[in-house]
Design a protein around this ligand. Structure first.
Ligand code: SF4
Length: 558
C-alpha cells in the first residue's frame, strides 16, 4: 500500500535535541497523516499525561500524496492530547505547508518536552536549529510571519505559528499556517504554547516526487479545474441558505434552528466580498475565499461556513463585514473560530446581548489575552457555562459545529460518539442526511453508515485527501492511487478510530462521555448499535487486546 516516506523527527524543546527514528514499519501499517500520528501518540503520550505538561506531545504529519502535485492534497495533519476535550484529537489544515514540510525529508515531526524560553524551531533537510525569540512574546500570527520573512527569508507557507491565544493557553487556541489556515479544533495551539514553542519553520530540498499513475491524476486535476460547483465560487458558505431552510443552522446559542439573517451572511454575501481566487498547494479546485470590504478596509480569508454560523447565526449577527472582522481576529490571534464563536455566543446568551457584534469582537480579543471575562471564556463552554448560567452545549468539551443534530439525527448520533467531540467532519453524516440518502429522522439502523463514514474520514485524513475532493478522488481512484482495495483502506481508518478510543478509554472515557445535551429518539439504543458494530463493550470500551503498539514509548504494549 502506498504510504508516506521519511523518518520521524523528534524535537525535545526542553533538552533542545533532535532525534531521527526510522518508522518505515509504522508507515507501512498506517499510511501517514492522522493514522500514523495517532498510532505514535497512542504509544508515546502517557495515558495520564497533563495536556499542558511537558509529557504531552504534538505531532505534525504528512501523507504520501503530499509528495505529488495532485489536486486536493495541499493539507497536513496535527495530533495531540487536547486541553479542551482531554482526549486525543487530530486536526487538519490546508495552505502551502505540506510541500515545504515534505521537502525536509521527514514524515512526522514530534514536539516533546517544554522550553523555558519562547522558542522558534527551524527544521531543514540538514538539521534542526533552536532559536530563542523573546521578541516574539505576545506577537500575533502575522507579526510572527513577518519576523520569519525578515530574519529567515521564509514566507508564511513555510511555517506553523501560534498567536497570543496559544501563548496564553486558551483551550481552543489554533495552530496557524500561511497566516489564514488553521489546525483549529481541540486547542493544539495551547499545547504548543505550553511548550513555549512560538513557531516551527520547514525548508529543504530532498523530497522525492511521487509519480501518480495516469490517468487518475490527470482526470482529477482536469475535472477539478473545469468544475462549475458553487463551492468553487463560494467555498463552504454556498450552502448556508440550504442548511438554514433545513432547520439545521443553530441560532442564538441553540435557542433556534434557523436564522432570519442567513442570506446577509451566506454564500452570495461572501462572494460579493471575494476579490481573487484562493487555493491550497497544487489544488485546481481553488475553493478558498480571500475577501475584502472596500468601505472599511477589512480583509481576511473566509469566512468559511462554520465561521458564518459561529460568529453570525449563533450570535444573532447578520452583517457579513462583522463576521469577516471576527474571522480575521481569530486568525490573527490564533483561535478556532467555531469554539471561539460559540463561547462568545454563550456569553451573549447570559447577557441577553445577541446581535451586538462590537461586544462579540471585544470579547474575542479579551479571550486571546485572558483579559477580564476573557479569562473565564478562554476555558471554553464546558468549563465556563456554570459561571454564565447557560446550558453546556458541548460534547466531550468540544463546542458544536453547525449542522444541528436536533434536526439531523444521524449527525447528532455522530456528535455523541465521536472521539473528537462535537465536530462535523469526524464522520460527516450530515452529507448523507442532507442528500436524502439517509432519513434525517431517527437514530436507529444508522450504525453501519456511521462506522463507514468515520473510517472513511480517518483514512482521508491519513492519505491525506481534502474532504472536499470526494466527488473527484473517488473510491476507485483511491484504490488505484494507494494500490489497495477499499477494505484495506477502510481498515486503516478503523484502526485509527479504535486507537483514539483506546487512548481515551485509558484516560477514563466511557459510555457516559458519549452523551448529547439534548434528547434524540432511541439515542441510547443507537449508541449500543454503534458499539456492537465496532466490536466494543456495552460501556464503549475497546477490548484490551484489540490495539497493537507500533512503536516504543510510555504506553507501548499497555
Ligand atoms: S478543495 Fe479547497 S480546501 Fe480542499 S485542498 Fe482544494 S483549495 Fe484546499
Amino acid at each position: 500500500m502506498l504510504h508516506a516516506t521519511g523518518p520521524l523527527l523528534t524535537v525535545d524543546v526542553g533538552e533542545r535535541t533532535a532525534t531521527e527514528t526510522d518508522i518505515v514499519d509504522v508507515l507501512e501499517r498506517t499510511v501517514g497523516g492522522r493514522a500514523t500520528a495517532t498510532a505514535l501518540a497512542h504509544d508515546r503520550i502517557p495515558f495520564d499525561a497533563d495536556p499542558f505538561g511537558p509529557e504531552n506531545r504534538a505531532y505534525l504529519s504528512t501523507g504520501p500524496l503530499q509528495q505529488s502535485q495532485m489536486s486536493f492534497t495541499g493539507r497536513m495533519n496535527m495530533t495531540g492530547l487536547s486541553p479542551l476535550t482531554d482526549g486525543l484529537v487530530s486536526s487538519n489544515a490546508g495552505g502551502y505547508l505540506s510541500r515545504n514540510f515534505v521537502s525536509t525529508g521527514y514524515s512526522v515531526l514530534e514536539v516533546a518536552g517544554a522550553s523555558d524560553e519562547l522558542l522558534a524551531v527551524h527544521v531543514t533537510d540538514s538539521g534542526v536549529e533552536f532559536e530563542d525569540v523573546p521578541e516574539l512574546e505576545g506577537a500575533t500570527v502575522p507579526e510572527t510571519s513577518a519576523y520569519l520573512e525578515r530574519e529567515r527569508d521564509l514566507g508564511a507557507e513555510h511555517c506553523i505559528a501560534i498567536g497570543p491565544a496559544g501563548e496564553n493557553l486558551v483551550r481552543f487556541a489554533s495552530v496557524m499556517t500561511f497566516d489564514s489556515r488553521a489546525f483549529g479544533r481541540g486547542g493544539l495551539g495551547a499545547v504548543l504554547g505550553s511548550k513555549n514553542v512560538k513557531c516551527v519553520t520547514f525548508d529543504g530540498d530532498v523530497a522525492s516526487p511521487l509519480e501518480i499513475p495516469n490517468p487518475p491524476e490527470m482526470d482529477i486535476h482536469r475535472e477539478a479545474a473545469q468544475s462549475d460547483d458553487l463551492m468553487r465560487r463560494q467555498g463552504t458558505t454556498g450552502n448556508t441558505e440550504f442548511i438554514n431552510e433545513n432547520f439545521s443552522l443553530p441560532t442564538r446559542y441553540f435557542r433556534e434552528y434557523e436564522f432570519e439573517g442567513a442570506a446577509e451572511i451566506g454564500g452570495n454575501a461572501v462572494e460579493a466580498k471575494k476579490y481573487k481566487k484562493g487555493a491550497c498547494s497544487a489544488c485546481a479546485y481553488a475553493c478558498k475565499l480571500p475577501t475584502r470590504d472596500e468601505e472599511t478596509g477589512v480583509e481576511t480569508e473566509g469566512p468559511e461556513f462554520e465561521t458564518v454560523y459561529a460568529f453570525g447565526a449563533m450570535q444573532g449577527v447578520d452583517e457579513i463585514v462583522d463576521v469577516m472582522r471576527a474571522n480575521e481576529l481569530c486568525d490573527t490571534l490564533g483561535m478556532d473560530t467555531i469554539s471561539a464563536g460559540v463561547t462568545v455566543a454563550a456569553y451573549l446568551a447570559s447577557e441577553d446581548a445577541f446581535g451586538d457584534a462590537e461586544l462579540a469582537q471585544e470579547l474575542t480579543e479579551k479571550i486571546a489575552y485572558r483579559d477580564g471575562i476573557g479569562d473565564t471564556l478562554a476555558e471554553g463552554v464546558a468549563r465556563c457555562h456554570d459561571d454564565l448560567d447557560v446550558p453546556d452545549y458541548t460534547v466531550k468539551g468540544l463546542e458544536f459545529a453547525a449542522h444541528d443534530g436536533r434536526t439531523l439525527h444521524g449527525q447528532g448520533l455522530s456528535y455523541a460518539v465521536a472521539n473528537r467531540g462535537a465536530d462535523h467532519l469526524y464522520a460527516s453524516m450530515l452529507s448523507l442526511e442532507y442528500a436524502g440518502a439517509l432519513d434525517p429522522q431517527g437514530t436507529l439502523d444508522k450504525a453501519d453508515a456511521l462506522v463507514a463514514r468515520e473510517n472513511n474520514s480517518a483514512f482521508q485524513d491519513s492519505g491525506i485527501v481534502c474532504v472536499f475532493g470526494s466527488d473527484y478522488v473517488t473510491d476507485d481512484r483511491l484504490e488505484a492511487l494507494f494500490d489497495a482495495d477499499q477494505e484495506e483502506l477502510m481498515a486503516v481508518g478503523a484502526r485509527t478510530v479504535e486507537r483514539e478510543r483506546h487512548f481515551n478509554n485509558r484516560r477514563g472515557f466511557d459510555r457516559d462521555d458519549d452523551a448529547l445535551p439534548y434528547d434524540l429518539p432511541d439515542l441510547e439504543d443507537a449508541i449500543g448499535e454503534y458499539y456492537e458494530t465496532r466490536g466494543w463493550s456495552d460501556d464503549g470500551v475497546v477490548p484490551s487486546d484489540a490495539v497493537e503498539s507500533v512503536s516504543s514509548g510510555a504506553n507501548a504494549d499497555d
